[in-house]
Design a protein around this ligand. Structure first.
Ligand SMILES: NC(=O)c1ccc[n+]([C@@H]2O[C@H](COP(=O)([O-])OP(=O)(O)OC[C@H]3O[C@@H](n4cnc5c(N)ncnc54)[C@H](OP(=O)(O)O)[C@@H]3O)[C@@H](O)[C@H]2O)c1
Length: 369
């Protein structure tokens, strides 16, 4: 693999709402990354986005040509969840680094294939958990790990939005539904805060009357962690926008909201209550996509392993798979106990950039109502 110098050159795969509405503008805020190509199935996006960003456009069938073109050092994959592996594995095998949107995949076998491809080639694979590079979130996680709230024992969370019936998320069954799409936010958060892995999962899902979503549109998940800790979260595609979590420790609590979103006006915030005293922490709005991209580019430039790696992505996907089994069977599902991941955070993950201006989207729209 060639050593990368100067700005890391990214190819964007999939010109949907997250690429156009967050990633592509965000890269322009960084000092170490640039976009040089777009892979899209839409000729209108190909010509208009190529013009707007002064980049080359490729069709999906020409992905292999892009990988061997020498025009990209890395790719950002933002296709629907079921179309991740087909781009990630060839890219890694070609020695191209990959920043992959969450959820890593719709099944554990795909995660394994991607992790093995990265191990074989040495190309880096990072899952785009933008909150791992959001300074306010990192502060919260570090305070919990430092014991500021005693022993963290109970996590509860709600994350809801109304998905348009026209979006592919509404018509592609469980794999595009609220559990794999929104579940990784509370799930990844509680795994980080507890610094532990769940050992048992149960779930209840409903089909809200009148909903056009062709899977459980609202799902409540309960998780048992080692040492008899509990977590519960609800995700929904049919309720108004809401995002919050509460973490109760033996000596205090955190109430965070907003805690999962990004963009204009979204300042990650929390109330910390310790010994009866409440303090409100409102963090500056940052460009979370710039932050995560700058961090990944630093990893590429300095030849360091990114922290939210394939293993981190798989650990969420295995729980999502257990939630699906719990929904289908109505039975709690055991999970194999796993050791905690290293909790240390790096200064490199705290890079804050001002929010980018987002140009009008071309040929795509927000998935939510
Ligand atoms: N990190 C975050 O905050 C965040 C937020 C939202 C989404 N995501 C993740 O990012 C990925 C994309 O989400 P999105 O919201 O951008 O979705 P989206 O708006 O529906 O866009 C997905 C894009 O993928 C391309 N595509 C290729 N094959 C497709 C197919 N069979 N059906 C539909 N689209 C297809 C299309 O781009 P072309 O027309 O250019 O081919 C489409 O516009 C998902 O994995 C999602 O979970 C992450």
């Amino acid at each position: 693999m060639q050593k990368v110098t100067g700005k890391v050159r990214y190819g964007v795969v999939g010109g949907g709402s997250i690429s156009q509405g967050a990633f592509m503008p965000g890269v322009g805020q960084t000092d170490n990354s640039q976009i040089t190509a777009l892979v899209t199935g839409d000729p209108e996006k190909a010509s208009e986005l190529a013009e707007l960003y002064q980049i080359k456009a490729y069709a999906y069938e020409d992905f292999g040509t892009l990988l061997s073109s020498g025009e990209v050092d890395a790719v950002y994959i933002a296709t629907p969840n079921f179309r991740h592996r087909e781009f990630v594995v060839p890219a890694l095998e070609a020695g191209i680094h990959v920043l992959l949107e969450k959820p890593m995949a719709t099944n554990e076998a795909d995660c394994k294939a991607m992790i093995e491809a990265a191990q074989r080639s040495g190309a880096k694979l990072m899952i785009a958990y933008r909150l791992h590079c959001e300074p306010g979130t990192l502060d919260m996680v570090e305070r919990v790990h430092a014991g500021n709230f005693g022993d963290p024992r109970l996590f509860t969370s709600t994350f809801t939005q109304r998905v348009k019936p026209s979006n592919h998320r509404a018509q592609s069954g469980f794999d595009a539904g609220p559990v794999p799409d929104m579940g990784p936010y509370p799930l990844n958060m509680v795994r980080q805060l507890f610094n532990a892995e769940p050992v048992e999962v149960s779930a209840i899902g409903v089909h809200t009357p009148g909903s056009a979503i062709n899977t459980w549109d609202t799902v409540t998940v309960s998780l048992r962690f080692p040492d008899e800790r509990l977590a519960q979260f609800t995700v929904s595609y049919t309720l108004p926008d809401s995002e919050r979590f509460q973490l109760l420790g033996t000596e205090g609590e955190i109430e965070a909201s907003p805690c999962f979103g990004y963009g204009e006006g979204v300042a990650i915030s929390y109330r910390a209550i310790v010994e009866g005293e409440t303090r409100v922490h409102v963090n500056p709005v940052v460009d979370q996509f710039a932050g995560e991209t700058a961090y990944f580019s630093d990893c590429i430039l300095n030849d360091e392993a990114p922290e939210p790696d394939g293993e981190e992505g798989w650990r969420d996907v295995r729980v999502v798979a257990a939630i699906e089994r719990a929904l289908e069977t109505g039975q709690p599902q055991k999970l194999e106990p796993l050791p905690a991941r290293p909790a240390a955070r790096r200064a490199a993950q705290r890079r804050a950039f001002a929010l980018a201006e987002v140009p009008p989207m071309i040929g795509t729209e927000s998935p939510t109502q």
